[in-house]
Ligand binder design. Structure first.
Ligand code: FRU
Length: 473
């Protein structure tokens, strides 16, 4: 019973094996469980953490609460992959076992230094009166996943409240910069900037960053900042933003990016061309990026949102990560492309007809769409989700799914169309997730959907192919 708060802080080692076996069985037998996405073997996954290309592999960590589909005591779970087809499961990397992280190893990022991976994260500690202290911590992962916690490297500065977390650390020349998200004592979302001469060193607080953001939410989570040539790109997850128009900021919390000059460390300013909402779907949060050995900027996000109950909760698990995406700057916007490696998941190919019978629920669609078009994913009872366009905008409508949830935030999403003429749209479906890449990657809609016994795809004004995807060959 997780409504009882105390149960959310039970440690994994204090739970009988039989309980773990039971939720694992329920999770893996769920018809909505994905096949080629990173998902928890049971319990709840949220933010991707510590993404890095390190020692010849891509490393992915994520926030994990093992015991059920709720936000409880968080661990960092660790996977690595060379090709995004096969993954090595390394199990739990960070345990909440120190005084400073006793109530959760919260989100953060990684810096690769020779053989070691430096993990910057937030230690969450709850006090008797249920208030929290969040401090920024460092752990060093060596060969064979050995882990040494170095402890707290930054306490909350006086201009921030106790909501102060999710360090994003990057190297610039011979210095390290750390960005921490938070809520100021005035009640605004903001970023704190720290600089250090060495990766283990003394991170000195420089101040709050002036990021040209008036009235832009009450809390900024999960900053992910990077630099490319002479530009700086800031991605973050602000809370408390909404809009009156039908296109923007419809989810409980949003993700935005801004492209600008590199952050000025002396002035603590980030001058940019404005914040742009990164995803137009229902379920996308807390993305993070890293640079790989081929110079590609790769992004993964949490394919979920807080504050909603999902239909799979009853089976003891929640959420997955997005597919890996390559991101790039083009005409002052960020473009997202499914990572090229995912083509290796393709098995059988099927040309699209008006009605298509699906033999598996894991597939990719490559669709050449006209200005007006529609796709409908259905079961034989007529439950459906549609993605369509009238030429001016896209519309994702999940009003008629078998299991509707989060109605409070609406069941339809709209996105303005950037390329109004014919073009190719790619859609990745995995049992209960849908990632739609339109407008040459400028418009992306990431969502969960729940159609019991999904079996049909109907299309109008589209030609193209369907590829079934599998990592078992
Ligand atoms: C975002 C977030 C982070 C925090 C983590 C805890 O989803 O709230 O701010 O570090 O999740 O799991």
């Amino acid at each position: 019973d997780f409504d009882n708060r105390r149960n959310r802080f039970i440690k994994i080692e204090d739970v009988p094996d039989s309980y773990m076996r039971e939720i694992k069985k329920k999770t893996l037998s769920d018809e909505y469980y994905p096949r080629y996405h990173v998902a928890p073997k049971h319990g709840l996954l949220n933010d991707p953490n510590g993404l890095a290309y390190h020692n010849g592999e891509h490393h992915i960590f994520y926030q994990w609460f093992p015991l059920g589909p709720v936000h409880g005591l968080k661990y960092w779970y660790h996977l690595s992959t060379k090709d995004f087809v096969d993954y090595t499961d390394h199990g739990i990397a960070l345990y909440p076992d120190e005084d400073f992280d006793s109530h959760g190893c919260y989100s953060g990022s990684a810096v690769s230094v020779d053989e070691d991976l430096y993990l910057f994260y937030t230690g969450n500690k709850m006090l008797e009166d249920h208030t929290f202290i969040q401090s920024q911590c460092l752990a060093v992962m060596g060969n064979n996943n050995s882990m040494i916690k170095k402890g707290v490297i930054a306490n909350t500065p006086a201009d921030f409240t106790h909501d102060f977390r999710d360090p994003s650390v990057i190297k610039r020349d011979d210095k390290l910069m750390m960005f921490v998200g938070g809520k100021t004592i005035e009640g605004d979302g903001a970023l704190a900037l720290y600089v250090s001469d060495t990766v283990e060193g003394d991170f000195k607080y420089q101040g709050k960053i002036d990021a040209q953001a008036e009235d832009f939410g009450y809390m900024w989570e999960c900053p992910s900042y990077y630099e490319e040539k002479d530009q700086g790109v800031l991605i973050l997850s602000p809370q408390g933003i909404s809009s009156q128009n039908k296109y923007d900021y419809k989810n409980v919390f949003s993700v935005v990016y801004a492209i600008g000059d590199k952050v000025d460390v002396n002035q603590q300013t980030f001058t940019h061309g404005g914040f742009i909402e990164m995803d137009k779907g229902f379920d996308f949060y807390a993305p993070q990026t890293y640079l790989d050995h081929q110079g590609r900027r790769i992004m993964l996000g949490w394919l979920g949102n807080s504050k909603s109950k999902y239909p799979t909760d009853k089976n003891g698990w929640a959420h997955m990560l997005t597919i890996p995406r390559e991101i790039m700057i083009k005409n002052d916007t960020l473009r997202q492309r499914p990572l090229a490696e995912l083509k290796a998941l393709r098995t059988e190919k099927q040309a699209l007809h008006q009605t298509n019978y699906l033999t598996s629920k894991a597939f990719e669609l490559v669709c050449d769409v006209e200005d007006v078009f529609q796709l409908s994913f259905e079961n034989d009872k007529g439950d459906h989700i549609t993605f369509s366009s009238d030429g001016m905008a896209y519309c994702l409508d999940r009003t008629h799914m078998s299991e509707v949830y989060a109605e409070k935030f609406g069941t339809v999403r709209y996105a303005k169309r950037k390329i109004q003429k014919n073009h190719t749209i790619r859609i990745f479906v995995d049992h209960s997730s849908m990632e739609i890449f339109c407008d040459d990657g400028e418009t992306v809609l990431t969502s969960r959907f729940f159609i019991h016994q999904l079996s049909l795809l109907k299309i109008e004004n589209i030609t193209g192919n369907l590829y079934y995807l599998s990592n078992i060959k």
